[in-house]
Design a protein around this ligand. Sequence first.
Ligand code: IFM
Length: 447
Amino acid sequence: MPRARYVFPPGFLWGTATAAHQVEGQNTNNTWYAWEQEGRILHGHQAGRACDWWGGRWREDFDRAAETGQNAHRLSVEWSRIQPTPDRWDEDALEHYRQMARGLQTRGLKPVVTLHHFTDPLWLAEMGGWENPDAVTHFVAFVGKVVEALKPYVEIWCTINEPNVYTALGYVEGIFPPGKQDLPTALAVAEHLAQGHAAAYEAIHRLQPQAQVGIVVYYRPMRPARPWFPPDVLLAWMEHRWFNHYFALAAAFGRKMTPWGTRRDRKLGPALDFFGLNYYTSDRVAFRRQPPAYTERRFPPDAPLSENQDIAHVPQGLFQGIRWARRLGVPILVTENGVEDGADTLRPRYLSEHIHQIWRALNFNWPVLGYLHWTLVDNFEWDRGWTRRFGLWALDRETQSRTQRGSAALYAAICQANALDTDTVAQYAPDALPALLPGVPLGGMIK
Ligand code: IFM
């Protein structure tokens, strides 16, 4: 049988990523809790107890991660727990996160901590949330408190997760809180988030000079659906620019995007030690005659689709994302990548082929620090509630029991070997072999 072994550099980070509201449970003081109470989630779902990490089940899940060869984990801290009102810090909540960070460290998992992952405290929302420029000052105070508490254990910080998604879904599409569809407000929110990142970057470095601080962007390649049709080309270019570039250029170069180009803005940066790249899928953009959007996104034809058709399997998009991000001039951490797939039919192939694309990128000497799979255990998937299953482990929410999916064993083999081996792939994801061994006749190996 033909064989290949794709080896990763020593010290490469292998892990999973999670976010507080999606796993902790019992979060009742933030914007997503309020959104759930209003019945805004698919099927009326609520996060509820989630994966019960606030009840202590983070311990068993961190054990799972460590026992399966992972050496890093990205989690987020919940602002509304740590600062339940503008004038109060909850020391017990901070102690809880200290224990979790220490728990990662003692298990050999390098903690990567996100300071803002979609949720805002209700008191901040009452002040207008990130529409209000004061949000920046409040965020920096919160960041300082967290860094003081966790700096003995944490050196890698992600300031804000996917500010592009937060802005687009909350202020343009209106499916995330606060449910607005208002472009000028979206632009103001984006600018304040970019300022929040830069101010947090400075604050973290003041407290911990050796810290590695990054922002996390949801990168989505957008190509014209009809490359010969100028309206598609123009729309794809515009969407790529606003969605992918805005926060990257702000943080890396201190440049603010305008409709005509970019201009220097010292409040935005440079403020970047690494770039957090989240990649799931790719789009084709097409012009359509219907107002108000005039634009339509489609998946590339022939790409296999995930269970609920949310994600098209386009692994080369991750390679493109790394190629694009390297121009920011800092190392890249793949902070999320994964697929909703309760039956675990596509995930083994998805995992293998995306990791292979990272290996390809490393061969160009593009600086990729690690790969964090989304996610460890099925968790609460925002507006889609519990209908999307991203975990390496399946969760039974009633009993809180976890069941290992086949992909967990595949990922364990990769992490433990620090390599992607086609023998392992043949065992768990034979349908990925043609992509990993291009041009090699595979005979009866693939059914
Ligand atoms: O679950 C989310 C996460 O919170 C942010 N990035 C995308 C994931 C999957 O949709």
